[in-house]
Design a protein around this ligand. Structure first.
Ligand code: AMP
Ligand code: TRP
Length: 335
C-alpha cells in the first residue's frame, strides 16, 4: 500500500480553500492508502506567530481535520514539532539543497516580499523541511494544492542529489497529487487572489468555523459582476469572481461547473448566491459542530496528536537513522 503524507500550517483558521483544495482529498485517500497527516507548526513559525495563538490554532486545526473525516485511529494525525526526526533530516537536506535551487522558489519570493533581507532564515529553507516531512516516512504520494507543486519538485531534486552524493537509492521519488477541481479557491473579494487563512480581510474567506449567519453574509457580499451567469463554462472566461463562485458550488455539490451553469445560466447572482450559501451551510455546519464538540473535551485533541506522533516516530526513526548512517554519523551502539 502506498504511503501518503501531507501537511497544513496552523497559522490561521482553516478555510473553505483548505477544505476543497486539501482536507477533502485527504479524507478520500484514506480508503486505499496508509496516510500521515501533519499539523506543521515548525513551518508556521517561519513567520512570527503569537505563542498562545499558535497553541490554540494547532488544536483547532487538528480538530477541524478530524471533523472533516480524517480518522486518527486508522491513520496518523500529529503535530510536526512532536517528532524530532523531521528536524534531523531537514538539517541534512539543508546541506544537500543548493542555494540556487531555493532562490527559485516562488513562495519564498511572495512571502518574503520586498524586504528579503529581513525574512527569517527558516522561511528560506522551508522547502528543505517540507522535503524532510515527506521523505522521513518514505512517503510517495503527496496531495497538495497547485501552489505547492514547485516545493515537491524541489523535494525530488533533494532526494535525487542525496541518493547520488551518498551512492544509494535510499529515497524514493514523490508523486504530487494535485486535485484538479477547485484546486484553487479564490478570495471572495478579489477573484485573482487565492482564498487564504492569512488574508487580513475576514470577508475574503469562509472559515470552517463560520456560523450560518457569517457564511450567508460573506456570500451575499461576495464580489461579482453585472452580467447574468453564462449558460456554459466558456462564458466564465475573464470573469474571475463568477468563475470562482461557480467552481465552489460545483466542488461542494460534487458536480461540474457545466452542470451548475445548466441550472443557473441566464439568472442573476442574487438567486445563485442564496443557493450557494444554503449549500455551503449544509456542508460546513456539521464540520463546525463536530470541531466544537472535539475541542470542548479538555485534553482530548492533545492526546490524539501525541498518540499519532508516537506512531509517526516509530516509522520515521529507523528511516532517518539510516540516512544519518549513509551520511557518516556514528550509530548508537546496541545496548
Ligand atoms: P496553507 O493554508 O497555505 O497552509 O495550505 C494548506 C493546504 O491547503 C495546501 O495543500 C494548499 O495548497 C491548500 N490550500 C490553501 N488555500 C487554498 C485555496 N484557496 N484553494 C485551494 N487549496 C488551498
Ligand atoms: N508547505 C505546505 C503548505 O503551505 C504545508 C506542508 C508542510 C506540506 N509540509 C508538507 C504539504 C509536506 C505536503 C507535504 O501548504
Amino acid at each position: 500500500m502506498q504511503r501518503v503524507f501531507s501537511g497544513i500550517q496552523p497559522s490561521g483558521i482553516p478555510t473553505l480553500g483548505n477544505y476543497l483544495g486539501a482536507i477533502r482529498n485527504w479524507v478520500a485517500l484514506q480508503a486505499a492508502h496508509e496516510c500521515l497527516y501533519c499539523v506543521v507548526d515548525l513551518h508556521a513559525i517561519t513567520t512570527w506567530q503569537d505563542p498562545a495563538t499558535l497553541q490554540r490554532q494547532t488544536r483547532e486545526l487538528a480538530a477541524a481535520i478530524i471533523a472533516c473525516g480524517v480518522d486518527p485511529d486508522r491513520h496518523i494525525l500529529f503535530h510536526q514539532s512532536a517528532v524530532p526526526a523531521h528536524v534531523r533530516l531537514a538539517w541534512i537536506f539543508n546541506c544537500v539543497a543548493r542555494i540556487g535551487w531555493l532562490n527559485r522558489m516562488t513562495q519564498f519570493k511572495d512571502k518574503a516580499g520586498k524586504d528579503r533581507e529581513n525574512a527569517s532564515a527558516g522561511l528560506y529553507v522551508y522547502p528543505d523541511l517540507m522535503a524532510a516531512d515527506i521523505l522521513a516516512y518514505h512517503a510517495t504520494r503527496v496531495p497538495v494544492g497547485d501552489d505547492q507543486r514547485q516545493h515537491l519538485e524541489l523535494a525530488n531534486d533533494i532526494a535525487q542529489k542525496f541518493n547520488h552524493d551518498y551512492e544509494s537509492a535510499f529515497f524514493p521519488m514523490i508523486e504530487p497529487l494535485i486535485m484538479p477541481e477547485a484546486a484553487r479557491v479564490m478570495s471572495l473579494r478579489d477573484g485573482t487572489k487565492k482564498m487564504s487563512k492569512s488574508d487580513p480581510s475576514d470577508q475574503s474567506r469562509i472559515n470552517l468555523s463560520d456560523d450560518t449567519d457569517a457564511i450567508v453574509a460573506k456570500i451575499r457580499k461576495a464580489k461579482t459582476d453585472a452580467e447574468p451567469l453564462p449558460s456554459e463554462p466558456q462564458g466564465l472566461e475573464g470573469r474571475a469572481e463568477a468563475r470562482n463562485l461557480v467552481g465552489i458550488y460545483a466542488a461542494l455539490a460534487g458536480t461540474t461547473p457545466a452542470s451548475v451553469l445548466a441550472e443557473y445560466g441566464g439568472q442573476g447572482f442574487a438567486g445563485f448566491k442564496i443557493a450557494l450559501a444554503e449549500l455551503t451551510v449544509t456542508k460546513l455546519a456539521p464540520i463546525a459542530a463536530e470541531t466544537k464538540r472535539l475541542l470542548a473535551e479538555p485534553g482530548h485533541i492533545d492526546r490524539v496528536l501525541f498518540a499519532g506522533a508516537a506512531r509517526a516516530e516509530a516509522i520515521a526513526d529507523p528511516i532517518v537513522a539510516e540516512a544519518e548512517r549513509l551520511v557518516g554519523f556514528l550509530q548508537r551502539p546496541a545496548k
